[in-house]
Design a protein around this ligand. Structure first.
Ligand SMILES: Cc1cc2nc3c(=O)[nH]c(=O)nc-3n(C[C@H](O)[C@H](O)[C@H](O)COP(=O)(O)O)c2cc1C
Length: 327
């Protein structure tokens, strides 16, 4: 038999149901926090021995955003074996729908566009306090982008991603980041690279009240003002965004399909579009920027309007590559 070079791996990752391959990032196709302003980002984490906490602090340091620890009602066991059996009991209770109590709750997530959610992997699952938090806040997290990050001995993250998706079915999930015991030392570079991939930066960490868009079309920059509704806010939360606008209906509209579709839940419908209106055509989930006026439709939601003479840059035939950014 091979001599076990992995013999010192900790126990839990040997669980039969876990074939986690370790430290690769699993891409998914996608209050009352401590002071620091009402930024676009919130970092939530739970951590028993500090690894996930260090990762959370690293994210917070780069983004200069709010951070909040999710704490169990009853403190973690300092005894490792004791913690293993308690975790197993709690995980099986959760399977029966009984979530262990936690101390932490958040009033709402209105100020945040991306909520970072970090946890240690326990038996391939999300550590139990975070499972409770996600369960308790599922409806409040609906429509938010959630960026999962985790630490583990060596297990993969995919089982826990599936759990999070089940717990918060109304949220959208970004690419994730996992650090295992063998990659923890690369925390700084891995976290920075990940945040870059997500388009999360300190510069973007400002209140989501700015409704102004900058749109780059070739070498022209035009601007737009967004509506104050959930669909427009969802659009703003996706920025920066580079897309190709296609002609529709003989250049009546310039359209593209956001993926995933923008939220339209609870947003008042109905619009008689005029040139410059940025809308969502609800049956198809496409964004349509109107170049010409069109008749009133209850399937349209207005999410913004191109300012001043900006439409001159868009009202041209053919496909146009554009970049939307916050102003
Ligand atoms: C109850 C429990 C279960 C664990 N299960 C696993 C596991 O299934 N796979 C794994 O690789 N590591 C497992 N670990 C190790 C932790 O995931 C790892 O040490 C993690 O980095 C701890 O994060 P923390 O310092 O933020 O608490 C487990 C640890 C505990 C306490």
């Amino acid at each position: 038999a091979c001599s076990g070079s992995n013999a010192d791996l900790i126990l839990p990752e040997q669980q039969p149901e876990n074939s986690g391959s370790g430290d690769e990032d699993d891409s998914t196709d996608p209050a009352d926090p401590t002071p620091g302003g009402n930024g676009r980002y919130l970092v939530l984490y739970c951590s028993r021995t500090g690894s996930t906490e260090r990762m959370a602090q690293q994210i917070q340091k780069i983004l200069d955003c709010d951070i909040l620890e999710v704490e169990p009602q009853v403190a973690y066991d300092s005894d490792y074996d004791g913690m293993l059996s308690r975790a197993q009991e709690q995980l099986s209770a959760i399977r029966q729908g009984n979530y262990p109590a936690i101390k932490t709750s958040v009033e709402d997530f209105d100020d945040y566009d991306i909520v970072f959610v970090g946890y240690p992997i326990w038996y391939s699952s999300i550590a139990t306090p975070m499972q409770t938090f996600l369960h308790n806040h599922a409806s409040k997290l609906s429509g938010k982008r959630i960026a999962l990050f985790a630490t583990s001995g060596s297990s993969g993250i995919s089982t826990s991603v599936d759990e999070a998706r089940r717990l918060c079915s109304g949220a959208t999930f970004t690419e994730t980041l996992l650090l295992t015991s063998s990659t923890l030392s690369q925390m700084e570079s891995r976290v920075s690279a990940w945040l870059e991939t997500l388009g999360a930066s300190r510069e973007n960490n400002y209140p989501s009240t700015s409704m102004n868009l900058k749109i780059t079309v070739g070498n022209r920059t035009i601007t737009a003002t967004m509506e104050d509704n959930a669909a427009a806010k969802d659009f703003l939360s996706r920025l920066p965004l580079e897309v190709t606008l296609n002609d529709y209906n003989n250049i009546t509209e310039k359209i593209f399909y956001p993926s995933p579709a923008l939220t339209t839940t609870g947003v008042i419908r109905g619009c008689a579009p005029v040139p410059g209106d940025i809308t969502i055509y609800v049956p198809w989930n496409n964004v349509a920027i109107f170049c010409k006026s069109w008749s009133q439709s209850n399937d349209l939601i207005k999410i913004g309007h191109i300012d001043a003479d900006g439409m001159a840059a868009l009202n041209v035939p053919g496909n146009i590559a554009v970049k939307f950014e916050r102003q």
